[in-house]
Design a protein around this ligand. Structure first.
Ligand SMILES: CC(C)(COP(=O)(O)OP(=O)(O)OC[C@H]1O[C@@H](n2cnc3c(N)ncnc32)[C@H](O)[C@@H]1OP(=O)(O)O)[C@@H](O)C(=O)NCCC(=O)NCCS
Length: 174
């Protein structure tokens, strides 16, 4: 009997960039997410998390720092074969862990699926509350200025740091 391969969520490496690009392009062609150039992915590779299973990249998600207290979660995608198995959730939670670890106060997203992000505590806001800086990316979007993405934001709480919480618990037991 074949052993089930585990899915691992980890920080992206340079060698993942082409696979991330392929995944993002797949959904961009279906108009489900913003297209990103390979150059953009290389430049921002440190923002990315990937889901890896049996050496294949089956999901990605990025956390980009925008300002002293604000980050953006973006480029979230899961290979269609592996959707609805909790991988999208694990990727977003990993990005939120990182946001809490580096002490970001808020994280926003621009999304076509507000129902999904609501599950993680994101709430709708008006675009005007987001800094102008973030619209740089929008200028290159074919939909600009008729954007139909929903802006949402989440406050990061101390309890979002799952790893640190665990470390705290271990230290307390020692
Ligand atoms: C959106 C996406 C990343 C979700 O990944 P996934 O691995 O299928 O999601 P999960 O299995 O972790 O789902 C977590 C929860 O969200 C729900 N969910 C999943 N996709 C959803 C969607 N499109 N709309 C609303 N809810 C959704 C699931 O039912 C699950 O709910 P539960 O916890 O109550 O059971 C994936 O469907 C995808 O790649 N979509 C195409 C690209 C895209 O839309 N990216 C987002 C751009 S902002």
């Amino acid at each position: 009997m074949k052993r089930q391969q585990k899915t691992v969520i980890r920080k992206a490496r340079i060698s993942d960039a082409v696979k991330i690009h392929k995944l993002v392009q797949y959904y961009a062609k279906e108009d489900l997410m913003l297209a990103r150039s390979l150059m953009d992915i290389y430049e921002n590779i440190r923002d990315y998390f990937v889901a890896e299973k049996a050496r294949a990249i089956i999901g990605c998600c990025a956390l980009h720092i925008c300002w002293k207290d604000l980050g953006e979660v973006k480029a979230l995608a899961v290979n269609p074969v592996y959707r609805k198995k909790g991988i999208g959730k694990d990727l977003v939670e990993k990005a939120m862990d990182e946001a809490a670890r580096i002490k970001l106060k808020k994280v926003f997203c621009l999304t076509y699926i507000p129902k999904f992000f609501r599950k993680f505590g994101f709430r709708k806001i008006e675009k005007r509350y987001l800094p102008h800086k973030i619209w740089n990316e929008c200028i290159n979007c074919p939909k600009f200025p008729n954007c139909d993405e929903v802006p949402m934001i989440k406050k990061i709480k101390k309890t979002d740091v799952r790893e640190n919480k665990l470390i705290g618990e271990i230290n307390n037991q020692q």
